[in-house]
Design a protein around this ligand. Structure first.
Ligand code: PMP
Length: 306
């Protein structure tokens, strides 16, 4: 991680090294928090823009509501803070933004109603989440031994800090076994999502991606579906089984950090040509055109910071 100058904390631009919390902050002990992962890109005209800023900030507020945290800032205030943070940090070549809603110091014990709700927003330069090579050649994936936390046990639709224990266990297991990423199934054995991304296969020219019954409502997944529709590629939303993946023509992940990452192997089965497939490549290049402002039809999704 490359340090930036400031972190926004509850309305103040705080120097990076002073952005500290008390060790008795509630979230550190019991894990209730909500995060976003939002990305800004250098655009084709030399400026910089945040992609789908309002969608991400709205999801942060929704996640916080689901997990019973009342955020003391409005959507507009949080959007403005994110733009100003990039400006103040001179992050004009693009950056990853990490808003966090958390419970601060003051209350111990599980009943958190009186715990203070705090907000921080950090931003830094961050390269390709699954590697530059992964974007070009595809990554290797393991189906996890962990089940994606079922909806009956958590707030699966929230981008809740607590959900990332499940993700971390799956990711660690996959990486230690020599893979790049983990794919988790739901409690009925159907594919849910990766540890930090949603999932698509390509079969007979069609895209297939699971409904968000057991996954985050991925903003990148929604973008990929919209772009595919515009390109005349049919998209089917239905459950996917493990065996179907092994014989898919192509597969890829979608996520703000993962962007459109091709999958070349799953559990020792080579997927399609064993590299980035042609439909994945089309969706990926269209996505990069959209986030960098090359496609005028989609500049409505960009919030320019300069
Ligand atoms: N699922 C999980 C568990 C994630 O952490 C992410 C990354 N935010 C995604 C899916 C993809 O969501 P998005 O496209 O909105 O970044």
């Amino acid at each position: 991680m490359t340090e930036a100058k400031y972190i926004w904390m509850d309305g103040e631009f705080t120097p990076w090294n002073d952005a500290k919390v008390h060790v008795l902050s509630h979230t550190l002990h019991y894990g209730n928090g909500a995060i976003e992962g939002t990305k800004a890109y250098k655009t084709v005209d030399g400026r910089c823009a945040i992609f789908k800023l309002t969608e991400h900030t709205q999801r942060l507020l929704n996640s916080s509501k689901m997990t019973l945290m009342s955020v003391p800032f409005s959507l507009e205030e949080l959007n403005k803070a994110q733009v100003e943070l990039l400006q103040k940090n001179d992050l004009t070549n693009g950056a990853y933004l990490r808003p966090l809603v958390y419970l601060g110091y003051g209350v111990m014990g599980l009943y958190h109603k009186d715990a203070p709700v705090k907000v921080s927003i950090s931003a830094w330069e961050w390269g390709a989440y699954l590697g530059e090579e992964g974007l070009k050649k595809g990554v290797r994936v393991k189906i996890s031994s962990f089940t994606r936390t079922p909806n009956t046990s958590g707030m699966g639709k929230a981008k809740a800090v607590a959900n990332y224990l499940n993700s971390q266990m799956a990711k660690y297991e996959a990486v230690e076994a020599g893979y790049d990423e983990a794919l988790l199934r739901d409690d009925q054995g159907y594919i849910a999502e990766a540890s930090g991304a949603c999932f698509f296969i390509v079969k007979d020219g069609k895209l297939i991606t699971p409904p968000n019954d057991n996954s985050l409502e991925s903003i990148t997944q929604a973008t990929a579906i919209e772009l595919a529709n515009d390109l005349g590629i049919e998209v089917v939303r239905r459950r996917i089984t493990r065996e179907e993946i092994y014989v898919a023509d192509e597969a890829f992940f979608t996520g703000t950090a993962a962007e459109i990452t091709p999958i070349r192997e799953v559990d020792a089965r080579v997927i399609g040509c064993g590299s980035r497939g042609p439909i994945t490549e089309k969706i990926q290049s269209t996505y990069f055109d959209v986030v960098t402002g090359k496609n005028p039809k989609y500049t409505k999704y960009l919030t320019y910071i300069n």
